[in-house]
Design a protein around this ligand. Sequence first.
Ligand SMILES: [Zn+2]
Length: 103
Amino acid sequence: MVYIISKREINWNGFIYEKAYEGVIPNLERRFRESESDSKKDELSQYLTEKTCSTCHGKRLNIQALCIKINNCDIMDVCDMSIDDSYQWFVNLPQVLDKKESI
Ligand SMILES: [Zn+2]
């Protein structure tokens, strides 16, 4: 993990130490999760919204990676399968791939 920003904090005995900055989004999510105040949650909720990405449709891979399909499935389709379904998908691969694709 790479930390770009750190900040100095003073602990209970006066010792100054560097603390890695957690990042804007993790900071907002943590404060929302840890807050017990409804007004604070309301304030923070204006920055939090759940929305499916229109480019990858929630698969979180770039379009080039998602364009690669094997037996009509991209990598995230296979990752989303149950263990049994993915096992069957892999077992059936030799029947759908030609000799060159099987290498
Ligand atoms: Zn996306």
